[in-house]
Design a protein. Structure first.
Length: 277
């Protein structure tokens, strides 16, 4: 079994400082949280960006500021920008970070209920996002919130409309209105991905650590972070993304799996080696 790749989703587009004062908005705060996660064992940082007042944005300029600042502090980390943005943003808005030619970016695999909102990802939008990633040589992380999302993206890959093998999936389970975060649902999804694929499990809210504990012995990877969950345990707010990563590191080592470095993560994900100057 490969070492465990831990991704830290450090801020998302929805959570606020009112919910947890450590949620980062500014460039300086984003670097602080990325560094805390990296130091704790995260090889991958998943990034949404905000304006200084917390407003979600997909601005190419803001993404560049944040990515440049993170890479200046931790040059070997793998950063995966979001093309999900926030509910209600247009496809053109959401695609802006792909203009920076990142190694990877997320690609959401279908429309779904998202609490009281609807997160729109039509099949034509997915084709558009896939075309951009093919043109810019970006490896997608395919985000599946529903069971049917997996079949949809596999059909598009078979037609060459989105990047194909080797594919990386992120199964985001437990969003209210989407597929529940159960071991049974995770196992079904994993059984139905193409051979040679890699996958990550993301449990939302109180499901973050139970889903991680299911994924680790199955050979999957794990995402944690403020985007998905603000609590270290029931009623105890995490003081940093690093605290959430530290907990996964402890769980993984108890279960006999070591933690992947960024260089090892790139190899596992079939990415080119990154040369640090």
């Amino acid at each position: 079994m490969e070492k465990l790749i831990i991704t830290a989703a450090i801020c998302g587009a929805e959570v606020t400082k009112e919910q947890n004062p450590a949620v980062p908005y500014t460039v300086k705060e984003m670097v602080r949280e990325a560094k805390s996660a990296y130091d704790a064992g995260a090889a991958v940082i998943h990034v949404h960006v905000r304006e200084d007042d917390g407003t979600p944005t997909q601005s190419k300029k803001r993404f560049k500021e944040v990515l440049d600042a993170i890479y200046k502090e931790i040059p070997d980390v793998l950063v995966i920008p979001s093309t999900g943005g926030a509910v209600g943003m247009s496809a053109d808005e959401r695609l802006q970070p792909t203009e920076l030619f990142p190694e990877m970016a997320t690609l959401d695999c279908g429309t779904c209920n998202f609490g009281d909102d609807v997160f729109e990802n039509t099949i034509p939008m997915m084709r558009e996002f896939g075309k951009r990633m093919l043109e810019n040589n970006i490896k997608p992380e395919y985000e599946c919130f529903e069971m049917g999302h997996l079949d949809t993206i596999l059909r598009l890959a078979q037609k060459g409309q989105v990047p194909g093998a080797p594919m990386q999936f992120n199964f985001v389970l437990g969003v209210f209105g989407c597929t529940p975060a159960t071991g049974e649902n995770l196992a079904w999804l994993v059984r139905n991905i193409p051979e040679g694929s890699t996958w990550t499990a993301t449990g939302i809210g109180r499901y973050q650590f139970p889903l991680a504990m299911a994924a680790i012995p199955m050979g999957g990877n794990v995402r944690v972070g403020f985007e998905d969950n603000l609590y270290l345990s029931k009623g105890v707010l995490a003081k940093s993304n690093g605290e959430l990563v530290e907990k996964v590191v402890r769980l993984s080592r108890e279960l006999g799996r070591e933690i992947a470095s960024p260089a090892e993560a790139r190899r596992i994900l079939s990415l080119p080696e990154k040369h640090i100057i």
